[in-house]
Design a protein around this ligand. Structure first.
Ligand code: HEC
Ligand code: HEC
Ligand code: HEC
Ligand code: HEC
Ligand code: HEC
Length: 400
């Protein structure tokens, strides 16, 4: 390489570094503004907006964006003001309105969704009670001051296709921040001074991702949770999504055992494609199990062994009991060894996910203390947490 090329290469590198740094700064600046809490009221819509364009209701967006609306409807973002949240808020809005409003910052973030203002001191004249029930609506991510914000076009371009005054809702301001994990950070990551247990923040998804190979390879939250820009946000509640993230293997040490011998069976769960800890929150519990089953399909008494993957905390959030979650690339192993006493036995191995295990215990204890005026909703939420379990893996291995 000639000296001039080296100099040019260094100059190019420097520019690249400069572009990256200032690009990152621009993204940071955009997001600080976009997610400054509490979000500012939208204000009056531009005079030329039709009522449909001025509406913040997701159904209004859905008349022109039916695909995103249909996806969003099935997502947990549309259910973020479900009975588990609202059941707790009924009493809290009376007893401790300041803390209650903090919940809205993530669960229903628009100014028009907050029942009270000024740390809960006054009722909110802009409050829209039909909007609040819809949770994290389109406008919560896409609309500020009635202006639409969205990702660059799929070809990467940022410029409008036509003069913006001629487009519905005056077109879109396109921001690369929509393509970045940092966009999700403001709700899925506590700030460094946020609530922590055992030195670890209670919500730490962004940091877990940042430390993973996925961040190094440029794989963002959206690449896994919004593939092809779909608005589904599948996570721990979806068996297919969970299967996509894991590699699960089961096998026996030998193909045949005689009565009296010790069988050796292994079940491994590896976090191969989850972009953060599996699972990332304290709420799910994943149970690996092995047991013996006889010829009639009965489980042999006392033969069951389990291994749990979770971050287990006490209900009052005072203490972390155990943290066996799998960071990306890590594996859990259940090694099952047992003397078999008869022929015709099989080993049954399974992995069962309880996405809302913490909430089951939490709602039970709330109801024991008296759910107050939110009781009916908390009962409904409790029933839902008991139904949400599913089996991601099951295999029976003949042993004898
Ligand atoms: C009257 C129909 C109409 C309504 C109502 C409407 N939009 Fe749009 N929207 C459009 C059209 C047409 C475009 C394409 C504009 C362009 O290409 O720049 C668009 C573009 C967008 C984009 C950028 C899409 C892309 O291709 O990158 C976003 C984001 C968006 N709208 C969000 C919303 C949200 C959120 C709402 C509800 C608060 C909404 N829109 C309501 C018609 C509508
Ligand atoms: C305004 C706050 C907010 C933003 C921004 C946000 N989320 Fe969420 N997200 C939530 C809340 C609240 C829930 C829980 C909803 C519920 O179950 O009540 C949630 C739930 C989810 C779930 C479902 C988890 C499960 O239990 O299965 C996934 C996946 C998810 N979000 C991914 C993302 C991604 C990816 C982004 C960025 C593109 C994002 N979120 C941006 C607030 C937010
Ligand atoms: C920093 C953002 C944030 C704040 C603030 C927040 N949450 Fe959440 N909440 C989440 C996310 C993200 C999830 C999804 C976690 C999961 O799936 O395990 C969630 C899940 C929940 C769930 C379980 C899902 C459901 O809909 O039943 C309940 C209940 C809940 N939050 C209640 C509250 C309450 C009450 C407050 C206020 C005291 C609050 N949250 C404050 C982000 C937040
Ligand atoms: C949690 C935040 C969030 C919510 C809620 C949300 N979006 Fe989006 N939306 C995004 C992000 C992030 C992208 C860019 C995703 C990507 O490119 O990977 C996007 C992209 C889009 C696009 C461009 C799609 C394309 O194919 O180019 C449209 C249109 C859109 N959203 C409309 C909506 C509508 C309508 C709703 C409500 C029914 C909605 N969004 C709800 C975050 C959100
Ligand atoms: C490489 C793909 C990948 C990336 C990148 C990724 N996720 Fe996930 N995520 C998954 C898979 C698979 C699951 C289901 C297994 C699980 O729950 O851990 C999941 C689950 C979740 C859940 C469900 C709650 C829980 O306890 O697990 C939330 C919330 C979530 N992701 C948010 C995010 C956010 C926010 C980012 C970016 C900071 C992100 N994810 C990046 C693949 C990914």
């Amino acid at each position: 390489m000639r000296l001039r090329d080296v100099a040019a290469a260094i100059a190019a590198l420097a520019t690249l570094g400069f572009v990256n740094a200032s690009g990152a700064d621009a993204i940071r600046e955009f997001l600080d503004r976009h997610w400054r809490r509490p979000l500012a009221p939208q204000g009056p819509p531009p005079a030329r907006f039709s009522p449909l364009e001025a509406s913040l209701q997701p159904e209004a967006c859905g008349t022109c964006h039916p695909a995103q609306f249909a996806d969003w409807k099935t997502s947990l973002h549309s259910k973020s003001m479900g009975p588990g949240v609202t059941g707790q808020l009924v009493e809290m809005l009376q007893s401790d309105p300041g803390s209650a409003l903090a919940c809205f910052a993530c669960h229903a973030p628009l100014a028009e969704q907050a029942p009270r203002v000024a740390d809960g001191a006054r009722s909110n004249p802009l409050y829209n009670d039909t909007l609040v029930a819809k949770g994290l609506v389109c406008a919560g991510c896409h609309v500020r001051g009635h202006q639409r914000f969205g990702p660059p076009r799929r070809d990467g371009s940022l410029t409008p296709a036509a003069p913006s005054e001629t487009l519905p809702h005056n077109g879109v301001t396109r921001a690369p921040a929509f393509l970045r994990s940092e966009f999700c950070q403001s709700c899925h990551q506590f700030t460094p001074d946020g609530f922590a247990l055992n030195g670890k923040l209670l919500e730490n998804t962004y940091n877990e991702w940042k430390a993973s190979r996925f961040a190094r390879e440029g794989v963002q939250c959206q690449d896994c949770h919004m593939p092809d820009r779909r608005h589904l946000w599948r996570g721990i509640h979806d068996p297919e999504m969970v299967r996509l993230g894991l590699t699960i293997d089961a096998g026996a040490g030998a193909s045949r055992y005689r009565p009296g011998e010790i069988v050796s069976v292994t079940l491994t769960v590896e976090n191969t494609r989850v972009g953060h800890a599996f699972p990332t929150y304290v709420t799910p519990r994943v149970v690996l199990s092995a047991e013996l089953v006889d010829q009639t399909g009965q489980v042999v008494d006392g033969s069951r062994e389990e291994k749990v993957i979770s971050r287990e905390v006490t209900l009052d959030l005072e203490r972390e009991i155990a943290d066996t979650r799998l960071l990306p690339g890590k594996k859990a192993l259940l090694h099952y060894r047992r003397r078999v006493d008869r022929s015709g036995l099989r080993a049954r191995l399974s992995v069962v996910v309880y996405p809302d295990e913490f909430y089951t215990r939490f709602f039970e204890s709330l109801l024991e203390q008296g759910g107050g005026r939110g009781e009916a909703q908390i009962r409904e939420a409790l029933a839902a947490t008991r139904r949400s379990l599913f089996t991601v893996f099951e295999r029976e291995i003949p042993l004898t």
